[in-house]
Design a protein around this ligand. Structure first.
Ligand code: ADP
Ligand code: MG
Ligand code: MG
Length: 885
C-alpha cells in the first residue's frame, strides 16, 4: 500500500523528491531540533496520483485525517475548535524550488464561530479578524477561483474610506466589515458560500495546491528553468504561528550570506506585526535585521544561532523564512538559497577557505552558465554621467532597454525584437512573463528578498529593487524622479551590480572576469574565486577543450582562454571578400589551364592563412577542415543576377557578358536543397584540383613553420563523409599531395587525416570509416539536422516555439544535444570507431561543444575533446571539470 503522508519528524533532506524541497527541509530542521511548528507533508506521489486519476487518490483523505488527529492531540485543541481553534497553513513545495509560483493558504480552520474564540483566547480581536479576512481572501481566490483583484480593490476601498495608509490602519471592526464584504463577493462571483467546515477547507485547500502545479505561472517558470512537468508538488500542512499578533510579533526572511555578492553576514528583511506573505509582497516597507536586533534582541540572537547551525549543517548559503509570535521565534522554511553567479563563485571559494567543503565540492557548486554571465560587459562607470536613481543591487549585470510599465507591454516589445526594462512599483507572480522578456527589472519598492529580487536572481536577469526616489505611474506609463519624467519607451540603463539607474544607453566595458581571461589580470575577490574554480576544473577534467577558430586573432584569443588547440578551422571563410573573384574564376574556368591559374592564385593566400594560425597555435593541434559549403555560395545571388540582366535588356543594352556567364553557372549549379547537395567531400571528389590546392597550402604552411623552428601540428579533416569509399579516395589524394610537398621541400610533412561524423550513415558505419580515419570529429549541427530532418536555417523561426510549448522538447536540439537520438548515434560511432581503431582520437566541433549539458554528455560518451567558439572556451573548461566530478 503506498503511503501518501509523512510527519515532519519522519522525513529529511534526502527525501526531497518525495516530500518536495520545502517539506524535506522542514523535516530536516525538525530533526535538527530547531523550533518548527509541527505538521505533515502530503507527497508528490499523491499529487501525481491526483493528476493521473483526475480526482483525490484513494486513501489520501484517511491518511490526512489520521495525521491531523495526531497533530490535534499534541496541540490539545482541534482544527477550528470554536473556543480555541487550531489553525493550519497549507503550503505548496515541489522538488525544485519555484518561489512564489504555486499557492499557499494560511489560517485554514477559521469560521464565523471560531474567529470569536480566537479573539477571546488571544485577547486580540483585531488579530483574529485580520487572520479571518486573510483566509477568506486566499481561499476565495486560490480555491474558489475569484479574481484576486476584486479582493484587493475591496481592501483598498476600505482603507480609503477609513483614511488608512496601510492595513495596520484598519481596526477590528473594519476587518469584520471586510470579512462580510469578502464573503458577499464570493457568493456573488461563485454562487457558493465560503465553507465554514474546517475539514472541507482543509481538503479543498490541499487539492487546490495540487492544482496550482499546473497554474500558468508555474508552467511558464518550469519551462524557463527546464523543470519537468510531471514531478508534481508536495503539500505541507502545518500548525499556524502568528506574526500578526502585535508589535512583539512579525515575519521575516533572511540569508546566511549576501545572495548577491556572497559576502558573509546575515542579510534579510523583517516586518513587524505581519504574516509572512506580507514581507515578499512589498505591501509595507520592511526593516533590516539590524533593526530586529534592537526590537527583539533575544529572538535575534536565537535566529543568528539557528542560521549558523543551518549553514554548518548544509555547508552552504541557506535562506530562511521565520516568524516571531509574541517574542517566540519559529522557523518556517529553509533551503540552500538561490544566488547570483557572482555569489556562487565567491561562496564556493570562501567555504573552501573555511574548510567546510573540498575544492571538488566547490567546483560542483558553480556553473558554466554562471561563468558566461560573469563574462558579460559592465557599464563603464568612468564614462556614465550622473545617475538617475539608486536602489538595491539585487541581481548583478548591466542592461540597457526601453522602459515599459507592464508585463504585457514588455512581452509585446521583446517579441518585436526590442530590449526592454520592466519598471514596476513591485512585481507579483503575474509579472513573470514580462520579467522573462525584459533585460532588467526595476522596482521602486521592496528589499533584496522581494519577489522581483528573488525571481530575477534565479533567472540571471539584472535587477535593481527598492529605488525609492522613483515614483512609478503605471497607468500613465511613466515614472518620475524629482523633476525628471521618464515616459514609456525611453531608453534607460540599469546596473544591477551597483544598484544604479541611468538615463540613456550607458557605455559598456569588459567585466573583470573577462579581463582576467583576456589579459590574465588578477584582482582580489570575484576574479580570485573564478581562478580557483578554473584551476580545479582543469585539474579534474578528462575532456580537453579546443576552440573553433579561422583566424590567427581568434586562435590567439582561444589560447589565452585556455584552449588546447583548434578543433575546427573552417577554410571557406578564406574564400570570401576579395578572394571571391578567384573562386569565380575557378568555377567559370573553360579549360584545365584557366582552372589551374585560378587555383594557383588562391594557393599562396591560403598558405599564408594557415601559417598565421599554426603560428598562433604553435605546439598544439590545429584541425583544418577542407572546404564544405556548395560552391555557388561564393557566386552572386541568382535573382540579383537575373534582375541585372533583365534591366540591361529592358534599357535596350547588351547585358554584361560576365553576368550572363555567371548566371549560366549559377543556374547549372542551382540546387533545391543545397544542404543535402554538392558539398563537403562530394565537392572534393568532383571538382578537380580543389582539394589538392588546399592540402598543398596546408603542407607548405607546415614546411614554412617547421623551417621557422615552430612546431606545427596540422590535422586534415574531411567533411560530410557518408561512406568509407568517399574517404578512401579523398585520403589517397591528400596523401599524394603531402608526399609531393615533402619530396619537393625535403621536409617530411605528416598530417593525420580524419573525418567529420555528421551524417547518420557515417555514425552507423563508423567501424568501416575508422579504417581510413585517424580521428573523428562530430559535427553535431549537421548531425542534428540530418538525424531529425530539421533544416537548421528554417525550423527555429518557423515552429520551434510551438514545439517548446507543446513540450516536444525542453530546449532546442541545436542548443543542447539530443541524447536519445543524436546522442545514440554518437555512442554507436564512438564504440564502433574505437573497436576498429583503438587509438582513434574523437572530438566534437558543433555548437554543442560549448553547451554545459552537452559537454557532460560528451564526457560520458568518452570523447577526447570538445571544441567551441573562443568565448565559450572557459565555460567548456569549467563544465568539462564538473562533468568529471
Ligand atoms: P512560498 O513557497 O511561496 O514561499 P510558503 O509556503 O513558504 O510559500 O508560504 C508563504 C508564507 O506564508 C511564508 O513565508 C510564511 O511566512 C507564511 N506561512 C506559511 N506557513 C506558515 C505557518 N505555519 N505559520 C505562519 N506563517 C506561515
Ligand atoms: Mg516560502
Ligand atoms: Mg557540417
Amino acid at each position: 500500500m503506498v503511503r501518501y503522508v509523512y510527519d515532519f519528524a519522519e522525513g529529511g533532506r534526502d527525501l526531497a523528491g518525495l516530500l518536495g524541497g520545502k517539506g524535506a527541509n522542514l523535516a530536516e530542521m525538525t530533526r535538527l531540533g530547531l523550533p518548527v511548528p509541527p505538521g505533515f507533508t502530503v507527497t508528490t506521489e499523491a499529487c501525481r496520483a491526483f493528476f493521473s486519476a483526475g480526482s483525490e487518490p484513494d486513501g489520501l483523505a484517511e491518511e490526512i485525517s489520521g495525521h491531523l488527529t495526531a497533530l490535534e492531540k499534541a496541540a490539545g485543541r482541534k482544527l477550528g475548535q470554536p473556543d480555541d481553534p487550531l489553525l493550519l497553513s497549507v503550503r505548496s513545495g515541489a522538488r525544485f524550488s519555484m518561489p512564489g509560483m504555486m499557492e499557499t493558504i494560511l489560517d485554514i480552520g477559521l469560521g464565523d464561530d471560531s474567529v470569536l474564540g480566537l479573539a477571546k483566547v488571544s485577547g486580540n480581536e483585531r488579530f483574529a479578524w485580520d487572520s479571518y479576512r486573510r483566509l477568506v481572501q486566499m481561499f476565495g481566490s486560490t480555491v474558489m477561483g475569484v479574481d484576486s483583484a476584486l479582493f484587493e480593490s475591496a481592501l483598498s476601498d476600505l482603507k480609503r474610506d477609513r483614511g488608512a495608509t496601510d492595513d495596520l490602519g484598519l481596526n477590528a471592526a473594519d476587518l469584520t466589515d471586510l470579512v462580510g464584504t469578502y464573503k458577499a463577493l464570493i457568493r456573488r462571483e461563485t454562487g457558493e458560500d465560503f465553507p465554514q467546515s474546517p475539514d472541507e477547507q482543509l481538503r479543498r485547500a490541499v487539492l487546490a495546491v495540487f492544482e496550482s502545479w499546473n497554474g500558468e505561472r508555474a508552467r511558464i517558470y518550469r519551462r524557463r528553468e527546464h523543470i519537468a512537468d510531471d514531478l508534481g508538488t508536495a503539500v505541507n500542512v502545518q500548525t499556524m504561528v502568528f506574526g500578526n499578533l502585535g508589535s512583539d510579533s512579525g515575519s521575516g526572511v533572511a540569508f546566511t550570506r549576501d545572495p548577491a555578492t556572497g559576502r558573509p553576514g546575515l542579510y534579510g528583511d523583517y516586518l513587524p506585526n505581519a504574516q509572512g506573505e506580507d514581507v515578499v509582497a512589498g505591501i509595507r516597507n520592511t526593516v533590516s535585521l539590524t533593526d530586529l536586533e534592537e526590537l527583539d534582541p533575544v529572538s535575534y540572537a536565537q535566529l543568528r544561532g539557528h542560521m549558523e547551525t543551518l549553514e554548518a549543517h548544509y555547508r552552504d548559503l541557506c535562506d530562511i523564512e521565520f516568524t516571531i509570535e509574541r517574542g517566540r521565534l519559529w522557523m518556517l522554511q529553509t533551503r540552500v538559497g538561490k544566488r547570483t553567479a557572482e555569489a556562487a563563485f565567491a561562496i564556493a571559494s570562501e567555504l573552501v577557505d573555511e574548510g567546510l567543503i573540498s575544492p571538488a565540492e566547490a567546483l560542483g557548486r558553480v556553473t558554466g552558465g554562471g561563468l558566461a554571465r560573469l563574462m558579460f560587459p559592465r557599464f563603464d562607470t568612468s564614462a556614465v554621467g550622473e545617475s538617475l536613481a539608486h536602489g538595491l543591487p539585487a541581481s548583478p549585470g548591466a542592461a540597457v532597454g526601453a522602459a515599459v510599465f507592464d508585463s504585457a507591454e514588455a512581452v509585446r516589445r521583446a517579441a518585436a525584437g526590442e530590449q526592454v526594462v520592466l519598471v514596476r512599483q513591485e512585481t507579483t507572480p503575474d509579472d513573470l512573463p514580462g520579467m522573462i522578456a525584459a533585460q532588467a527589472v526595476l522596482t521602486s519598492r521592496g528589499g533584496k528578498t522581494s519577489h522581483a529580487a528573488v525571481v530575477a536572481r534565479g533567472m540571471g536577469t539584472v535587477c535593481v529593487c527598492g529605488a525609492e526616489e522613483i515614483t512609478v505611474d503605471a497607468t500613465g506609463r511613466r515614472f518620475t524622479v524629482g523633476e525628471t519624467v521618464v515616459e514609456e519607451g525611453t531608453v534607460i540603463s540599469v546596473d544591477g551590480s551597483e544598484g544604479t539607474v541611468f538615463l540613456g544607453a550607458a557605455p559598456l566595458v569588459d567585466s573583470a572576469v573577462m579581463r582576467y581571461f583576456e589579459r590574465g589580470e588578477r584582482s582580489a575577490g570575484l576574479v580570485e574565486s573564478v581562478a580557483d574554480a578554473m584551476e580545479q576544473a582543469d585539474r579534474t577534467a578528462r575532456l580537453e577543450v579546443r576552440a573553433n577558430a579561422d583566424t590567427p586573432e581568434d586562435a590567439a584569443r582561444a589560447r589565452r582562454f585556455g584552449a588546447r588547440g583548434i578543433g575546427l578551422c573552417r577554410t571557406e571563410h578564406m574564400f570570401l571578400g576579395e578572394r571571391r573573384k578567384l573562386v569565380e574564376a575557378m568555377i567559370l574556368a573553360r579549360d584545365e589551364t584557366e582552372r589551374k591559374d585560378a587555383l594557383g592564385a588562391l594557393l599562396p593566400l591560403q598558405r599564408q592563412d594557415f601559417i598565421g594560425i599554426l603560428e598562433a597555435m604553435d605546439g598544439l593541434p590545429v584541425t583544418i577542415r577542407l572546404i564544405d559549403p556548395p560552391l555557388h555560395e561564393f557566386l552572386p545571388d541568382r535573382t540579383d543576377l537575373a534582375v541585372r540582366i533583365a534591366a540591361a535588356e529592358a534599357r535596350g543594352e547588351h547585358p554584361d557578358p560576365h553576368d550572363t556567364e555567371l548566371l549560366g553557372a549559377v543556374n547549372r549549379m542551382h540546387e533545391e536543397n543545397p544542404m543535402l547537395g554538392l558539398r563537403g567531400v562530394r565537392l572534393g571528389l568532383v571538382v578537380p584540383g580543389l582539394v589538392a590546392m588546399q592540402v598543398r597550402a596546408i603542407a607548405e604552411a607546415v614546411v614554412a613553420r617547421t623551417r621557422a623552428s615552430g612546431s606545427p601540428e596540422a590535422e586534415i579533416m574531411v567533411p560530410l563523409v557518408g561512406a568509407v569509399e568517399e574517404l578512401r579516395i579523398e585520403r589517397t589524394e591528400v596523401e599524394r599531395v603531402l608526399a609531393e610537398v615533402s619530396e619537393e621541400t625535403g621536409v617530411a610533412v605528416h598530417c593525420p587525416v580524419g573525418t567529420m561524423i555528421e551524417l547518420p550513415r557515417a555514425a552507423l558505419t563508423a567501424g568501416r570509416i575508422a579504417e581510413e580515419a585517424e580521428f573523428f570529429s562530430f559535427g553535431t549541427n549537421d548531425l542534428t539536422q540530418t538525424t531529425w530532418g530539421f533544416s537548421r536555417d528554417d525550423v527555429e523561426a518557423a515552429f520551434f516555439s510551438a514545439y517548446l510549448d507543446k513540450g516536444i522538447f525542453a530546449t532546442s536540439p541545436f542548443e543542447t544535444l539530443d541524447r536519445d537520438g543524436v546522442g545514440r548515434l554518437v555512442r554507436i560511432a564512438v564504440d564502433e570507431g574505437r573497436a576498429a581503431r583503438p587509438d582513434l582520437k574523437i572530438g566534437v566541433c558543433g555548437e554543442h561543444g560549448g553547451d554545459p549539458e552537452s559537454v557532460h554528455f560528451f564526457h560520458e560518451a568518452g570523447l577526447d575533446y570538445v571544441s567551441c567558439s573562443p568565448f565559450r572556451v572557459p565555460v567548456a573548461r569549467l563544465e568539462a571539470g564538473r562533468a568529471a566530478l
